[in-house]
Design a protein around this ligand. Structure first.
Ligand code: PDD
Length: 279
């Protein structure tokens, strides 16, 4: 497995960064996860746009131009045998010897990227779906930035596991659904697809956008609308969407069946549309 680090392609075991990197010491950095199907970067442009938004919002220098990003990532993909992959890339603010929350001027960002095999979702999940619990969203007010600082997401996922579930659906202080710990949330109710509107309380998921576009193309009614726990409880279907898992059907919420307790028809249909869109 080959990784890219600050200009070089190297065996992943050889990749080394300074412990003084602000990403390591402060979580001061941003990242992206980009899916690859049949060796082709999928939805590269929106991922790049979101990366640039995250960099601008954190005032971290963008180390490459658009063409440079594409070239680097495609090269990384082509160095690996798997047709389907997911690229992880992160840009941190750089290495600083003196501890200071305030970043020094003119730091050189650290750019790291590697790729993994993207494995299909297991048959068990396709057939039975996953279990979710609702939890209070513990995070800050800039979840639209794809920051590497994921401690709250990790703790909430651990809590979900401890409660016997696979993942959590997060509710903000007003009781509104924000997203999953690493995914966006959709529900299907009376044939309509619904997802919370974009805001600073959640990440603007690229898979979320793909699904909204597919819904539009295939005349499936949809709306971006605030959702609450009662909306989840009344839903016929709940999905969690992300670049690595596409859309997972949630068939149990807080110990109760969602709809008839099985992955729903709208999910199956959308799955088909997505398979076609990937080609
Ligand atoms: N996470 N919300 C959060 C908090 C996420 O971490 C992710 C993705 C999403 C879905 O976004 P997208 O459809 O663009 O992947 C929503 C990635 C996969 C991760 O952290 O590994």
């Amino acid at each position: 497995q080959i990784a890219y680090l600050n200009g070089d392609f190297i065996p992943i075991e050889k990749a080394q960064i300074s412990p003084q990197d602000r990403g390591f010491l402060f979580g001061d950095g941003v990242y992206e996860v980009i899916p690859v199907y049949s060796k082709r970067l999928f939805t590269f442009e929106p991922h790049l746009k979101r990366l640039k938004n995250s960099l601008a919002a954190t005032d971290i220098m963008n180390p490459l131009d658009d063409a440079g990003w594409r070239k680097l990532l495609q090269k990384l993909v082509d160095m690996h045998p798997w047709p389907d992959q997911f690229i992880y890339l992160q840009v941190t603010r750089g290495v600083q010897m003196q501890r200071d929350h305030l970043p020094a001027d003119n730091l050189t960002p650290t750019l790291y990227a590697y790729t993994n095999e993207l494995k299909p979702v297991s048959d068990d999940i396709q057939i039975h779906g996953i279990k979710a619990v609702t939890l209070d969203d513990l995070r800050w007010q800039h979840c639209d930035i794809k920051a590497i600082t994921l401690l709250p997401n990790i703790l909430m996922k651990m809590t979900a596991k401890q409660q016997g579930a696979d993942d959590a659906i997060l509710l903000d202080r007003g009781g509104f659904v924000t997203e999953g710990t690493s995914s966006n949330v959709f529900i299907v109710r009376d044939g309509q697809l619904q997802t919370p509107p974009q805001s600073t309380a959640l990440l603007s998921g690229i898979t979320r956008q793909v699904i909204l576009e597919l819904a539009e193309q295939h005349n499936m009614p949809f709306s971006e609308t605030p959702l609450t726990l009662p909306d989840l409880q009344a839903a016929d279907e709940i999905w969690l969407t992300s670049s690595t898992k596409y859309a997972l059907p949630v068939t149990q919420l807080n110990g109760q069946p969602v709809g008839n307790g099985q992955p729903g028809q709208a999910w199956q249909k959308m799955q088909q549309h997505f398979e076609n869109a990937k080609q």
